[in-house]
Design a protein around this ligand. Structure first.
Ligand SMILES: *[C@@H]1O[C@H](CO)[C@@H](O)[C@H](O)[C@H]1NC(C)=O
Ligand SMILES: *[C@@H]1O[C@H](CO)[C@@H](O)[C@H](O)[C@H]1NC(C)=O
Ligand SMILES: *[C@@H]1O[C@H](CO)[C@@H](O)[C@H](O)[C@H]1NC(C)=O
Ligand SMILES: *[C@@H]1O[C@H](CO)[C@@H](O)[C@H](O)[C@H]1NC(C)=O
Ligand SMILES: *[C@@H]1O[C@H](CO)[C@@H](O)[C@H](O)[C@H]1NC(C)=O
Ligand SMILES: *[C@@H]1O[C@H](CO)[C@@H](O)[C@H](O)[C@H]1NC(C)=O
Ligand SMILES: *[C@@H]1O[C@H](CO)[C@@H](O)[C@H](O)[C@H]1NC(C)=O
Length: 757
């Protein structure tokens, strides 16, 4: 297992290297020149002063205009341009410039291979919520398929007056494609073209507009705020009603991602517009590769910080990297979302000739008319190919004469293998079906061009025995049946990226988990790469890309109930009301082997939207608190300038004292006392008492031992004192503190790394 995972890591990096370095520019690169916080209503004068500044390094205004790509003028100031390293450095030394960094690419958090099952699962929907329809969610992603029924605007009132966005027309997208649901649509492509060449050169279907040819953005947007649509399914699977978390919320679409990738320069422009347009929430199902870059150089961190300053919550994916320390989007001002399962499975079982049944998972609408012979790929190696190499069913490794008319049994080489491609290779060689032994992702639904299904370790053993004892093994792969109320649920998805936070380990990450396995939502009918070549209006896919929009939807609901709440207050409500128990009332476990979890899997736990509407207490903090926190972690003046663009007088606090809804101390030498302040948001006078689960080897006391509140808005501070009596041997130990008044239970996980007692 360890070996498998290490291979995977190397391959993933290798893969990313190839993809993100397609740009062949030898001497010039695309740089973002960031000039800080000031926004100017008059973008023309900004553009002309940008050109003047650029001309000072390019030599002439004409060359400056040629070099410039994007101008940022609304929510912060700056521009992007094609420059030599020397020109970039010169600009960096100019007084008005805060930083100059190269525009790189981010990846959408569903690899195209993970396609799947499920239904939208944000439960708290009632008439009351429907009437509160002025929340606007900005979705930075691959665009939208506006004709989808999920974006009908039946029953919605006029577009909120405060919205300043636009419906930008483009290729097969007119202003008529916006309505009272999709209230804005913009698109950005100059950054990606600078890296990868003209969009046309990729030989893939696309629209030079906000229209989505990828499916991802449509899926995300409809998960957040899709209207209620009855009788939808993926070829009969998961049939039922599709709906977003908040069907009455409005969507503003910012298309910055093309063919699965988004450039820094385009993303920053999307942030600039979204913040200025007046969205309430930004949903970000994309991110950098791990390890997460420094907050002071990472576009998601910088854009999100400006959003926080303007009162906008950013909810973002934690990543799909399987392993500890791989969580991304870990800045304390981002709500970082992990992925977990729901109580629904998609079984595509294999009937064997000896009348045994293998339980398999797949999104397989295809019927097999009869039993076919089964052959292991290791027994079907092409001439000169070792059996081990053939077992992965990669191209040109299989003997077509041997697999013709057979079901082929394949295995996984690395977790990032394209499952879909294996089935295509089998089909191209004349095979009629595929059984894929895939212990890690055996509960994730994929779609294939032929009948195919994934089996786990136990099924693989049963199957192996049949293949070795039976001279002419046969089988039949059945179409998928959708099974509800499976248990336990939720479980953490095997792929969901884990903490600790590699940048500021005192902030536990991820923050929360939400459904991200086999989620059904609207789709782009021209996106057929991941759907076995079959066009569909609704699709089932998996990833933290799918869990993030669930949290964005919940945040939208809370915002509609509590319009004055800050981003941190909304985040606190979501985190402190989360649950760490599954449907069997046991602690949530992790796929695929049911292993135990910690806050590094799911942060505060699994989202509970109903409880989050009325959390009792909130942990609030603002932009200045974050800056003081950053000063406490050793951030320099220059670092802070990179983030805010404005000077700031540091008043450093210990980083465990940021008023975060969870508590972390990553380097504990002896006793530590942590400070927190809560704001009461209930209605009647009440008294809260603390209940502590002590981390192993640490005594914990809370003072004061009672918090008495008379009315909403009152604030009280308390200290949690940790007195370790045992080293935690280099890893974290976990516990929790819950404030309860008998009605509200306000829970914060604790994670401590005890270096010495
Ligand atoms: C500011 O950002 C630039 C560009 O990423 C980076 O090179 C520089 O090191 C950063 N400065 C600080 C002080 O973090
Ligand atoms: C793209 O398609 C054209 C025409 O079909 C072909 O000539 C060209 O080689 C293709 N380019 C790539 C990179 O596949
Ligand atoms: C649901 O959709 C299916 C296929 O699109 C159709 O055959 C069926 O009549 C629909 N059922 C209802 C109740 O509308
Ligand atoms: C078989 O796989 C190994 C390890 O990936 C590789 O080094 C070798 O070249 C492959 N052999 C053939 C014949 O493909
Ligand atoms: C397999 O390789 C052949 C060339 O050797 C190519 O034509 C074909 O498209 C490849 N198939 C897949 C599924 O990659
Ligand atoms: C922890 O608590 C135990 C039991 O109350 C006590 O005996 C011990 O001295 C305490 N240790 C520290 C370091 O406070
Ligand atoms: C650390 O290791 C020691 C020695 O193996 C063991 O006694 C102790 O329980 C460990 N501490 C924790 C917190 O696991």
């Amino acid at each position: 297992m360890n070996k498998l995972i290490i291979n995977t890591l190397a391959l993933l990096l290798l893969f990313m290297y190839v993809v993100t370095n397609e740009a062949t520019s030898i001497t010039k690169k695309h740089y973002i020149v960031y000039m800080g916080d000031h926004s100017y209503p008059d973008s023309d004068s900004v553009i002309s002063s940008n050109h003047d500044l650029l001309a000072s390094v390019t030599g002439s205004t004409r060359q400056a205009k040629q070099a410039a790509i994007h101008h940022y003028s609304k929510s912060f100031r700056g521009f992007s341009a094609i420059l030599t390293a020397e020109q970039a450095q010169q600009l960096g030394e100019t007084e008005s410039v805060i930083s100059v960094f190269e525009s790189k690419t981010h990846k959408l958090q569903t690899t195209h291979s993970w396609d799947f099952l499920g239904v939208d699962n944000v439960p708290q929907n009632n008439a009351n919520i429907e009437s509160k329809s002025d929340v606007i969610v900005g979705v930075i992603d691959s665009g939208v398929w506006p004709e989808s029924e999920s974006f009908n605007d039946n029953g919605l009132g006029p577009v909120p007056k405060r919205f300043k966005g636009e419906c930008v027309a483009g290729d097969q997208f007119t202003v008529e494609n916006c309505n009272r649901k999709i209230i804005g649509a913009r698109y950005y492509f100059k950054g990606i073209e600078e890296l990868d060449g003209p969009l046309e050169s990729q030989n893939k279907t696309f629209f030079r507009s906000a229209r989505d040819s990828d499916g991802h953005g449509t899926h995300v947007a409809s998960t957040i705020a899709g209207s209620v649509v009855n009788n939808v399914s993926l070829f009969g699977m998961a049939s039922g009603t599709a709906r977003g978390g908040m069907p009455s919320a409005r969507l503003a679409i910012y298309k910055a991602c093309w063919f699965g990738f988004c450039s820094d320069a385009d993303l920053l422009l999307a942030f600039d517009d979204a913040i200025h347009d007046g969205v309430d929430i930004i949903s970000l199902s994309l991110g950098p590769d791990f390890p997460q870059p420094s907050f002071f150089t990472d576009v998601n961190s910088i854009g999100s910080f400006h959003a926080l300053q303007k009162g906008i919550l950013v909810s973002a994916s934690a990543g799909n990297s399987f392993l500890p320390s791989t969580a991304i989007n870990v800045a304390p001002w981002i709500l970082t979302v992990a992925a977990s399962s729901i109580d629904r499975d998609f079984f595509s079982n294999v009937y064997l000739g000896n009348s045994k049944i293998l339980q398999g998972t797949s999104l397989n609408p295809l019927k097999m008319d009869k039993y076919y012979g089964i052959i292991s790929a290791t027994s079907a190696a092409a001439n000169g190919v070792p059996p081990m190499n053939a077992s992965f069913c990669t191209n040109n490794t299989l003997d077509h004469n041997l697999i013709k008319g057979k079901i082929v049994v394949c295995t996984i080489e690395t977790v990032t293998d394209s499952r879909r491609k294996k089935a295509t290779v089998v089909r191209d060689g004349g095979g009629v079906g595929m059984i894929l032994i895939d212990p890690l992702l055996a509960n994730v639904g994929f779609q294939f061009v032929i009948p195919a299904t994934l089996i786990g370790q136990n099924e693989a053993l049963v199957h192996q025995e049949y293949l070795t004892t039976e001279k002419n093994p046969t089988g039949k792969i059945n179409p998928t049946t959708t099974v509800f109320k499976t248990s336990p649920a939720p479980t953490m998805a095997a792929f969901s990226s884990m903490g600790p936070n590699v940048i500021t380990p005192d902030i536990l990450k991820p923050d929360i988990t939400a459904p991200g396995v086999n989620i059904l939502a609207a789709w782009s009918p021209v996106a057929t790469d991941g759907t076995g070549g079959r066009s569909t209006d609704y699709n089932i896919i998996s990833g933290t890309s799918m869990s993030c929009p669930h949290i964005s939807g919940v945040a939208a609901i809370i915002k509609s109930y509590h319009p004055s709440w800050s981003p941190s207050a909304i985040k606190s409500a979501i985190m402190t009301t989360a649950t760490v128990m599954d449907s069997t009332l046991k602690p949530i476990s992790r796929d695929p082997f049911g292993s135990p979890t910690t806050p590094f899997d799911f942060g505060s736990g699994h989202v509970n939207p109903v409880a989050a509407l009325d959390p009792g207490l909130i942990y609030d903090y603002g932009a200045d608190d974050i800056l003081n926190f950053l000063c406490g972690t050793g951030a320099t003046r220059a670092d802070i300038q990179n983030l805010t663009g404005a000077p700031f007088k540091c008043n450093p606090i210990p980083s465990y004292d940021l008023n975060y809804p969870s508590i972390g101390v990553s380097s504990m030498k002896g006793s530590v006392s942590v400070l927190r302040t809560v704001t009461y948001v209930g209605n009647v006078p009440t008294v809260f008492k603390p209940f502590v689960e002590s981390p192993s080897g640490v005594n914990v006391t809370v003072t004061p031992h009672k918090l008495k509140f008379k009315e909403a808005g009152e604030k009280m501070s308390f200290r949690v004192r940790f007195m370790p009596y045992q080293s935690s041997n280099g890893s974290f130990v976990f516990g929790s503190v819950t404030w309860s008044d008998g009605i509200y239970n306000v829970r914060s996980p604790i994670g401590l790394n005890v270096i010495s007692v």
